[in-house]
Design a protein around this ligand. Structure first.
Ligand code: UD1
Length: 369
């Protein structure tokens, strides 16, 4: 019997961990598992609702770290996590994605010589101004097993000198959760349970998310984006669930909703509502990582407001396009999409809903080494 400790902290971790937790739960004779929530995200709308909808078990431990600067948040997680991991003494800790909780937990374990598995390893934007890129690079260097969502990730890791035996191309666990829960989300939509303010049944709309520091902390850039999207909303209603970080910045730029335009700002929404809103959108405008992947899987055109992406496969073969700061292009691309000339794409290999089972297979083999 092997003991696995999962560490999650921020919204995008929850859907990834949910897939692996559920796959491991099917083998109780081989594994015992525990879940630690660092508390990096703490609002009900960006944390608790996901536990319910994804059927994630309640965390065994919540470190309650909350917000802080990059250094304070990372340091606090490390300080509080160390005694927990010593108490649980897992055979392996699994960390997810690229948030501060990922790196902090991996660093603590590696110094205690507790093996670390990194789920969603090998992604690179090659942009070290992003905190997530630093988290990715460092977490991968100190992990013992690197679970990679697509083959390009393996190439990145090999170039960084990581031993090939540690790298496992298993596919995308985020898509596992999407495949599992999309039917339920569609049922909710069909039953009229998704009531987004301002949206009439059957109406065409764009869905937008925005929270990267480079887009929202730079208030001039943020204003320009909001103006451009307001322009888009004259022709196509835009539904914009607003992340807590972005909400603070909207107050700083004194943004006021204009009833003549159809830019609908709403609170952050749960996972089921978000995936079905993506699936039924004409286009998604985003700077999030996971959304670039989900739209590629769903075949929905995605316009990414970033100069680069750590998920280039979504551009190379999927429906994603990098718009960066070229905001006039946002308008042009949306017109093309509305005229039926939007980008079409394919689903990358191994994005098939079974990545978490491949991870469990690797863990079984590793466990018997
Ligand atoms: C974090 C991740 C980012 C991920 C995003 C998803 C890092 C470096 N960044 O960014 O990769 O895409 O989560 O949401 O780990 N806040 C609240 N309530 C909350 C959580 C945060 O109000 O529940 C506020 C905080 O006060 C803070 C801001 O939102 O001012 C940012 O939160 P933080 O967790 O530091 O980073 P995110 O921007 O959410």
């Amino acid at each position: 019997m092997k003991k696995i400790l999962h560490v999650v902290g921020a919204r995008p971790n929850f859907m990834k961990a949910a897939a692996v937790v559920s796959a491991i739960a099917q083998l109780p004779q081989h594994f015992q598992q525990f879940l630690v929530h660092t508390g990096q995200h703490y609002d009900v709308l960006v944390s608790d609702i996901f536990f319910t909808e994804l059927a994630l078990p309640n965390p065994d431990v919540n470190l309650g770290v909350g917000s802080g600067s990059q250094a304070v948040q990372t340091a606090l997680i490390m300080e509080r996590f160390e005694s927990v991991v010593l108490q649980y003494a897992p055979d392996m800790t699994l960390v997810y994605g690229d948030v501060n909780s990922t790196l902090a937990a991996a660093l603590v374990c590696s110094k205690l010589q507790i093996p670390v598995g990194h789920v969603e390893a090998g992604l690179r934007s090659f942009d070290r101004t992003m905190p997530e890129e630093i988290n990715r690079l460092l977490t991968d260097q100190i992990s013992d097993l690197l679970f990679v969502p697509s083959i390009d990730g393996k190439d990145n890791l090999l170039k960084e000198g990581i031993e090939e035996e540690k790298i496992k191309v298993v596919g995308n666990v985020m898509i596992d959760t999407l495949v599992r829960l999309l039917p339920e989300a569609i049922n909710r939509w069909d039953a009229g349970k998704i009531n987004v303010h301002g949206l009439r049944p059957g109406q065409a709309y764009a869905l937008m998310t925005l929270h990267r520091p480079s887009n929202v902390d730079d208030l001039d850039a943020f204003k320009e984006i909001m103006d451009a999207v307001s322009g888009v909303s004259r022709h196509l209603p835009v539904i914009f669930p607003v992340h807590p970080r972005t909400m603070k910045r909207l107050k700083s730029i004194h943004y006021r909703e204009d009833n003549r335009k159809h830019l609908h700002l709403i609170n952050p929404i749960g996972y089921l509502d978000f995936i079905v809103l993506q699936r039924n959108a004409r286009v998604v405008i985003t700077d999030s990582g996971g959304t670039q992947e989900e739209t590629t899987f769903l075949g929905i055109p995605c316009l990414t407001l970033r100069e680069n992406t750590e998920r280039p496969i979504t551009v190379a073969i999927g429906t994603n396009m990098l718009i960066g700061r070229d905001l006039p292009r946002l308008q042009t691309e949306i017109e093309l999409i509305l005229n039926g000339q939007g980008k079409r794409g394919q689903v990358p290999l191994l994005w098939d809903g079974k990545a978490s089972h491949r991870i469990v297979q690797v863990l079984m083999n590793h466990a018997t080494d």
